[in-house]
Design a protein around this ligand. Structure first.
Ligand SMILES: [Zn+2]
Length: 668
């Protein structure tokens, strides 16, 4: 039996333990806005004023979303100069000093990262005392990695795929997301890759914020479209007491920013409900009473109470993914409203003279809106309307040989068969979606062989045509299955291909010899893989779709094709994309719509180049035509089955052409 010490001693022991353990004791987590008000300091290098910092009412919304463990993803579509960077820095400090969480921040390039670290991160680490307290002397402190007591901060550039590998963090932040490539090293979606670094985190947090750029190719737009709640900052109208966000409005809209012609200083914001005006000073009187409210009306954030509320004003769980939209400059107390109007008037005048650059900058950086560009794209409805009457798997008169392109998806193969004739006039003769499991090599044989080798396509002459050449995309999830399938059928002109989307690549690119994994054994140099210049092929297809009249280059469609065929064929558009070298035009899929028909057609076009059809002379086409002449001497009664035109095709080398000549004469 131990004797209890007197209470005074116990108290002293508890106090001593408490004092000794103080540095290890976790403080109960507080919201970022609360923490930042007490601890965050701005540095002289990056601000007009240094020292204590007060978040604006609207900034509190996304800051608290950053720190809320029930929210996994935060997207911020913002103008320039709305103080976003400060809030991100405060969050980095908060994670290091208060939550001790591993974090990673990506900037568009290594240079961007370097300058961000020097002008923003390092001054912050120096000036925020509570971050000072968790810095560890002697531990790694480089431009790429900062070490704190209990956590790490990775600082990365977004140009290389390896910048999105290996690390595991709880907080992944992508700054200036719209300046990132659509695909890094042609294959990796940088946003998905950054988010992938959160795997296994107890409280994953993915943050993307950016001024946005071109409509349809914006990472932020894609994130925003997937958000559970898209919120805008609403203020209460001092006249009618209804809530509304600030909007630009424009000439055709009765509310929003309005001014008297030639007098930017007269600018006021008209309420969408009562059309009464408020000036900037009125806005600044009511802004603290505002709230972030979702489009759907299900959520609002009360930044005073730090609570998400439902439509009835009751506390509710926050949205798992919240997008803060339209964070444009009039919300900032640092941007003068008349000055915004002046910027617009100047940009608009330039645009009138044909220079849209300043207006694009205004739309992106002041309005926080997407810039819509004129796209080169084909009109699916116009194409469907000009479709002609003939059944699928029939080949109209001018079609002389058949090529097929195959796209492989997780649960199916999609096949488009094109007939090609003189002058590369083309006819879409079949579109098949063959369901199955491409992971299983036997299914390739069972599902594809009958279609590719046994289907008879009946030609208008009464003869039957077979597919001359087939290109299979090997770029998906089933590369080795595709390699094996093509490898065993090279003699039947089944080719393994892979798209190369770099601009100006030849349609028929180089071939490489690939090892193949066949039933667990590596076959060295087992298959030839051909690269397809997809950008050039799409240019060619698009150009042909614009050919107005039947004849060379014209593309024919059957009325029997489904509407889906036309929407997929026209899913992509050529759009300007900003790159390190300036503006480049690329084929993009702005709505991320299904586009397998276009891909199949790209591979079929590659087949025509592989067969050399683009180099055919008149005499060569004529031989193909002769081979399909109706056979006047066919035995009567024998015409139930159309006779297969015996591979009259297949050319490129003169030797082969002679062979066609012989076959052609044998038929007559
Ligand atoms: Zn009103």
């Amino acid at each position: 039996m131990s004797k209890m010490p007197p209470p005074l001693t116990l108290h002293a022991i508890a106090a001593a333990i408490g004092a000794g353990l103080a540095p290890l004791r976790a403080e109960p987590p507080v919201r970022l806005s609360v923490w930042a008000a007490e601890h965050y300091r701005q540095s002289a290098e990056s601000s007009h004023t240094s020292g204590a910092w007060t978040a604006w009412p609207l900034q509190i919304g996304w800051m608290d979303a950053f720190s809320n463990d029930d929210i996994e993803e935060v997207t911020v579509r913002k103008a320039k100069r709305v103080g976003y960077t400060k809030t991100l820095l405060a969050f980095i400090a908060y994670n290091a000093a208060h939550r001790r969480r591993n974090q990673a921040l990506w900037q568009p390039t290594d240079d961007d990262r370097d300058s961000f670290v020097k002008t923003e991160i390092e001054p912050m680490l120096r000036d925020v005392d509570s971050v000072q307290a968790v810095q560890v002397a002697g531990k790694e402190d480089t431009i790429k990695l900062k070490t704190f007591l209990g956590s790490l901060l990775h600082l990365l550039g977004g140009k290389a795929a390896r910048a999105f590998r290996r690390i595991t963090v709880s907080v992944a932040m992508v700054d200036e997301a719209d300046a990132f490539d659509q695909k890094v090293e042609r294959a990796v979606d940088p946003m998905a890759a950054a988010q992938g670094r959160l795997e296994g985190a107890a409280f994953p947090k993915f943050i993307t914020g950016s001024t946005v750029r071109v409509d349809g190719v914006s990472h932020i737009q894609h994130r925003e479209s997937r958000a559970e709640a898209v919120v805008r900052y609403h203020i209460e109208c001092p006249h009618c007491h209804l809530e509304h966000p600030l909007v630009w409005g424009g000439k055709k809209v009765a509310h929003g920013f309005k001014w008297d012609a030639g007098d930017p200083a007269s600018v006021r914001h008209l309420c969408p409900h009562c059309r009464q005006p408020i000036r900037q000073a009125d806005y600044l009187r009511v802004w603290d009473g505002g709230a972030w409210i979702s489009e759907c009306g299900r959520w609002r954030y009360d930044h005073h109470a730090g609570q998400w509320l439902d439509a009835a004003g009751q506390p509710t769980r926050p949205p798992r993914h919240v997008a803060f939209a339209d964070v444009w400059t009039p919300y900032s107390p640092q941007r003068d409203w008349p000055d915004i109007v002046r910027e617009f008037i100047a940009a608009d005048a330039k645009a009138e003279q044909g220079d849209t650059g300043p207006l694009e900058t205004f739309v992106n950086e002041t309005l926080a809106q997407y810039w819509k560009v004129q796209m080169d794209s084909a009109d699916q409805h116009a194409l469907a309307q000009r479709a002609e009457h003939w059944p699928l798997r029939h080949v109209p008169q001018g079609g002389l040989l058949l090529v097929a392109g195959i796209d492989v998806q997780d649960n199916r193969w999609e096949v488009v068969v094109w007939a090609v004739g003189r002058g590369e006039e083309m006819w879409a003769v079949d579109y098949q979606v063959i369901y199955g499991n491409p992971a299983d090599e036997r299914e390739w044989e069972e599902k594809l062989d009958p279609y590719l080798f046994e289907t008879s396509f009946q030609h208008a002459s009464g003869k039957a045509l077979k597919i001359e050449a087939t290109a299979i995309d090997t770029g998906g999830h089933f590369t080795h299955q595709a390699y094996n399938y093509a490898r065993l059928r090279e003699r039947r002109r089944v080719f393994a291909v892979r798209g190369d989307p770099q601009p100006s690549k030849m349609i028929k690119g180089k071939a490489t010899i690939q090892d193949v994994n066949f039933r667990g054994k590596v076959l060295k140099r087992g298959v030839r893989l051909w690269y397809v210049g997809t950008d050039s092929a799409k240019d060619l297809i698009y150009g042909r779709l614009m050919v107005p009249h039947p004849g060379p280059g014209f593309v024919h469609f059957s009325k029997a094709l489904p509407a889906e065929f036309f929407s997929q064929l026209t899913a992509e558009a050529r759009m300007p994309v900003r790159t390190a070298r300036g503006t480049d035009y690329r084929w993009v899929n702005p709505k991320r719509a299904r586009n397998e028909v276009l891909d199949c057609t790209v591979y079929a076009i590659w087949c025509t180049h592989q067969l050399g059809l683009h180099l055919y002379t008149d005499a060569m086409w004529e031989r193909l035509e002769q081979a399909l002449q109706p056979d006047l001497f066919a035995a009567a009664g024998d015409d139930a089955q159309p006779a297969a035109a015996p591979a009259p095709t297949l050319p490129t080398a003169p030797r082969r052409i002679n062979r066609i000549g012989r076959l052609g004469s044998a038929l007559t």
